[in-house]
Design a protein around this ligand. Structure first.
Ligand code: SAH
Ligand code: F3S
Length: 462
């Protein structure tokens, strides 16, 4: 009898990728995937520790799952309850105390050892904790990507090329939960990319906590940076779109900028977190870039790829942030213009340097600043969406819409585009006329001259 597996994923895209790879590890053990935790034999919460709210969600979900587990036990069956990801890594022992009914707590570097850990749970009859940073590389021991897990979403897939972070921004837990930087060898990445193309993938997003600090060994024993890797990925037949995330401004080098100029599949949209527009705060954050460095970098990117658009991350209310510092952020936002962004109130994370600073900002002030910033960012996003009306854009149709006959796709700028289109266009890149804009999405239509499913994006670029 097959056992059922349910994985719930929180947080970043790297967690989405990791959940798919955990599925790839577990399918050969006889598991099949279920959307419903109620009838699962194994539930894994793949957790996020980046802000306090994200971490707290995990404990309330665990309480709910414990009740399901108790009900299953009463009925004479069992459920293995496991916690993976960054909360597991950061709070392993505390979690075993706070939620003693959890069977397995394991960190992001141990996913390849899941079969062995599950066997230990069955043998031990008690909880198992594994938050090691093992010597062997996880990626060498993970099975090949399968088409049966959620690795592929429509015709789009994530591919992790780099993990960990050595930057130690003063607010951030990632260097502690994900460990130090590791880059996968280029050949492994390119093989995985080819395999994904065989499975029907057209759009690839290269992932890393600091993806552009990638420095992997290539076949010729040379070290490749991200620019070189993107170039090689673009040479794989069948890859029609390339994206990468998340990048660190100080690590953008000339090769990467050249890739934006030369690699036709590299989409003209870049998530480039700045965090603040005040040099004083950026220094206190240990960011290694000033506000003007960021401005100049954007200028160089725009020169290389004039149609490039930017997205970013912001933190308001970092310890010591004055009105003038915050105004510096607003000035930068108005100058650069972002088509999309994530912004957060600073959340003190235990163990990070900024958490113990004594000039913490009042919550109410943080909320006020966040609102001002988000109003500006939202209006920039809306203005960009509106500027797309009347244009024709290549859209990768990779999701069904809510109504029958409707599909949703992604523009080059990651905007969701709703369209009524025949089913056979699913999974292809189609030129759509943009008819209307909403705050977070666009509505488009097929126009007759371009309604065939050939890939206009490539034709135009060829
Ligand atoms: N390079 C990373 C970024 C880390 S977390 C990546 O993998 O995407 C994503 C964003 O969360 C950061 O860019 C930052 O804006 C925000 N963030 C991180 N720590 C935070 C904290 N303590 N409080 C508020 N926001 C935080
Ligand atoms: Fe975090 Fe800064 Fe690294 S935001 S992931 S420590 S670059």
């Amino acid at each position: 009898m097959t056992k059922k597996l349910h994985i719930k994923t929180y947080g970043c895209q790297m967690n989405v990728y990791d959940s798919a790879r955990m599925t790839d590890v577990l399918l050969p053990l006889g598991y099949s995937v279920t959307d419903n935790p109620d009838d699962a034999d194994m539930v894994i919460l793949n957790t996020c520790h980046i802000r306090e709210k994200a971490a707290e969600k995990v404990y309330s979900e665990l309480g709910r799952l414990n009740r399901i587990k108790a009900r299953r036990n009463e009925q004479g069956s069992d459920m293995i309850l496991a916690v993976a990801g960054c909360v597991a890594q950061a709070e392993g022992e505390e979690m075993m105390r706070r939620a003693p009914f959890v069977d397995l707590v394991f960190g992001p570097q141990t996913y390849h050892a899941l079969p062995e850990m599950i066997a230990r749970v069955s043998r031990a009859g008690g909880a198992v904790l594994n938050t090691d940073f093992p010597d062997e590389a996880k990626f060498d021991h993970l099975p090949e990507v399968s088409g049966d897990s959620d690795t592929i979403d429509g015709a789009s897939a994530f591919l992790t090329v780099q993990e960990g972070c050595d930057k130690f921004c003063a607010f951030c837990v990632v260097p502690y939960t994900r460990g130090s930087e590791y880059s996968r060898p280029a050949a492994d990445i390119l093989n995985e990319a080819r395999r994904l193309v065989d499975l029907g993938v057209k759009e690839l997003t290269l992932l890393g906590q600091n993806v552009n600090s990638y420095h992997g060994i290539a076949a010729d024993d040379e070290e490749w940076g991200l620019g070189r890797l993107i170039q090689a990925t673009g040479e794989i037949a069948g890859i029609e779109r390339i994206r990468y995330t998340t990048s660190y401004p100080a690590d953008v080098d000339a090769d990467l900028i050249a890739a934006h100029r030369d690699v036709k599949q590299l989409m003209p949209f870049l998530h480039l977190p700045v965090q603040s527009g005040s040099d004083r705060i950026l220094k206190a954050m240990n960011r290694r870039h000033g506000a003007d460095d960021y401005r100049q970098l954007v200028q160089r990117l725009r020169t290389a790829r004039p149609d490039i658009a930017l997205s970013s991350d912001f933190i308001v209310g970092f310890p010591g942030e004055s009105d003038a510092d915050f105004e510096g952020t607003m000035t930068l936002v108005r100058e650069i213009g972002f088509i999309q962004a994530y912004s957060f109130k600073y959340s003190p994370r235990p163990g990070t340097p900024a958490a113990s600073l004594d000039n913490q900002i009042d919550e109410q002030l943080k909320s006020q600043r966040l609102k001002i910033l988000q109003d500006e960012l939202n209006s920039q996003q809306r203005a960009f969406n509106e500027s797309c009306v009347g244009r024709t854009m290549p859209v990768l149709l990779d999701r069904s819409g809510r109504h029958s006959g409707q599909m949703v796709g992604r523009s080059p700028y990651m905007q969701p585009v709703h369209v009524t289109a025949p089913e056979e266009l699913f999974g292809s890149i189609v030129d759509l006329h943009i008819d209307a804009a909403q705050a977070n999405s666009l509505a488009g239509s097929l126009n007759n001259s371009t309604s065939n499913p050939t890939n206009k994006e490539n034709e135009n670029a060829a």
